[in-house]
Structures are given as structure tokens and as C-alpha cells.
Design a protein around this ligand. Structure first.
Ligand code: ADP
Ligand code: MG
Length: 266
């Protein structure tokens, strides 16, 4: 692996996030409660858990665009206290600027930092890396969902993030595009050595991609279990060992109905 991004170790210690500012008169929402998680430099970690359990909240805290109400988050030993290009965020919705070409969209971060002139070549390089060479002059509405998501990836990668935070980035794509982009993501990860924190609802996706799968409880989210996926890559989606991991995760999420109690708990 050619490691081009130095660092990328995340330490999450006793992190809680309580939302007090409810306008509907409801009581406060405890989104996260005393979460502890250490992520190695260059590790690929997936977060999986029921909807509303605090996965996006945790990503936002790592990104530095939200602050914990308790505990502390660190990147390479330094407290995370604001947003920084070293922590790139990619959402389910690619959120490209519709009035900008793909090239200009990808160049956004470098332009904002005032370094576009000297680093122009990198925009081309990352467009090529995500497989969009030839589409530089296209506008977002001219791209398929998968291509737009590739552009969003390139836009985050051009800042050389130490950490890439991905919030269900492939959730809106059809199954074939999704599997194809999973492979692209692994290739980029191997090439760049970026730490990946990947939120997904898709258990197969988590097993296919991750070094570790972190299973979260329903709200208030705690870490229920961390499962190391000890399978060589490329992984075979239909192998017995793949299914074993899949079953373990299903069981941990309590999505396996018990006899006499056929309803899913989550
Ligand atoms: P997930 O990504 O796991 O589906 P979220 O992290 O988005 O869950 O949300 C966790 C909980 O925190 C939810 O109950 C949600 O309604 C609540 N929440 C998230 N953001 C806010 C906010 N800005 N204000 C109030 N409540 C919020
Ligand atoms: Mg979410």
C-alpha cells in the first residue's frame, strides 16, 4: 500500500451528545451515550445500527461540525474542535454544485484554500482516480447517481484527507453500481491509505469493505459489539465464511427472529 496520507488515528473517549434544543416540547434526545472507540491509522471501519441511533451524529462529531456534550475526540492526539479539510465528509446525496462543471466541483476545496493555481494538476489526477476522465466539462445533472457520487469522492479526496467520513454514500444507488463503487472505494483506500469511517445500513456492504464492523445499539447509541472481519481481500460475497460474519452481525443487531417471537426487535 502506498500511504500518501500521514496520520489518521482517531480516539473517541466517553463521547456523549445530548440534543436539548427540541422545539416540539419533547424531552432531550440522548443521541450518543459515552461512546469509546479507537480507530487505527488507515483502518476501514463501518458503523452499523438501527435508524436514528446516532451514526450520523458520531460522524459529524469526528468531522468537527458538531461538538460533544461530554467526552473528547482526538485525531492523531490533537483534540478535534472544528471542521478541517483533513477530515473529508461524503454524504448519501452527493451535494454537488449544480452550476459548476465536474472539474470546478472537484476543485472547490483547493479554490477555497487559495491553492488552486499551483495544484490544478491534482484536480485532473483525482478525477481520473475516481474514473471520471472525460467528464470534466459535464454538469452534475448530466451524470448518473453513481458518477455524481464518484465526483463527490474526488472532491473530498483532492484535499488529501487523513480521514474520510462516509455517511451511507452508496445508499441511493442500484445494486450493480453499488458493488462497483465498493470496489472503487477499496482501490482508492489501498492506494491512499486514508482512514475510512463508513456508515451503512447494508450488512453485506459492511462485511465486504471493513477491517472492523462496529455495531451500535438503538438510541441512546452505545457500542454494542465490534467485529473484526478476518477475511482476505478481495472478499467473496457468497463464501461460507462471508455468510458466517453476516449471520453474526444479524444476530448482534437482533434481526434474527426467535421461534415463537417472529417480529423483528429493531
Ligand atoms: P442515524 O444517523 O443513526 O440514523 P442520527 O445521528 O441522525 O441517527 O440521529 C440520532 C438521534 O438524534 C435522532 O433521534 C435524531 O432525531 C436526533 N438528532 C440528530 N440531530 C439532531 C439535532 N440537530 N437536533 C435535535 N435532535 C437531533
Ligand atoms: Mg444517518
Amino acid at each position: 500500500m502506498v500511504k500518501t496520507a500521514e496520520g489518521g488515528r482517531i480516539a473517541i473517549n466517553g463521547v456523549s451528545r445530548v440534543f436539548e434544543d427540541r422545539t416540539d416540547g419533547d424531552q432531550a434526545v440522548i443521541a450518543l451515550s459515552k461512546v469509546d472507540l479507537d480507530i487505527r491509522e488507515g483502518e476501514f471501519v463501518s458503523l452499523i445500527g438501527p435508524s436514528g441511533c446516532g451514526k450520523s451524529t458520531l460522524l459529524r462529531l469526528i468531522a468537527g461540525i458538531d461538538k460533544p456534550t461530554g467526552g473528547q475526540l482526538k485525531l492523531d492526539g490533537e483534540p478535534i474542535d472544528d471542521a478541517h479539510p483533513s477530515r473529508g465528509l461524503v454524504f448519501q446525496d452527493p451535494t454537488l454544485f449544480p452550476w459548476k462543471t465536474i472539474w470546478k466541483n472537484v476543485a472547490t476545496g483547493l479554490e477555497a484554500q487559495g491553492v488552486l493555481k499551483e495544484r490544478k494538476g491534482e484536480v485532473d489526477k483525482f478525477i481520473e482516480l475516481v474514473g471520471l476522465k472525460g467528464f470534466e466539462k459535464a454538469y452534475p445533472h448530466q451524470l448518473s447517481g453513481g458518477m455524481a457520487q464518484r465526483a463527490a469522492l474526488a472532491r473530498a479526496l483532492v484535499n488529501h484527507p487523513k480521514v474520510l467520513l462516509l455517511d451511507e454514500p452508496l445508499g441511493a444507488l442500484d445494486a450493480f453500481t453499488r458493488m462497483n463503487l465498493q470496489d472503487e472505494l477499496l482501490r482508492i483506500w489501498r492506494e491512499r491509505g486514508t482512514t475510512m469511517v463508513f456508515v451503512t445500513h447494508d450488512i453485506d456492504e459492511a462485511v465486504y469493505l471493513s477491517d472492523r464492523v462496529v455495531i451500535m445499539t438503538p438510541r441512546p447509541a452505545r457500542i454494542k459489539e465490534t467485529i473484526r472481519i478476518d477475511l482476505p481481500r478481495p472478499r467473496v460475497r457468497y463464501s461460507p465464511s462471508f455468510f458466517e460474519y453476516r449471520s453474526r452481525i444479524l444476530e448482534s443487531l437482533q434481526l434474527v427472529p426467535e421461534i415463537g417471537q417472529p417480529e423483528y426487535i429493531v
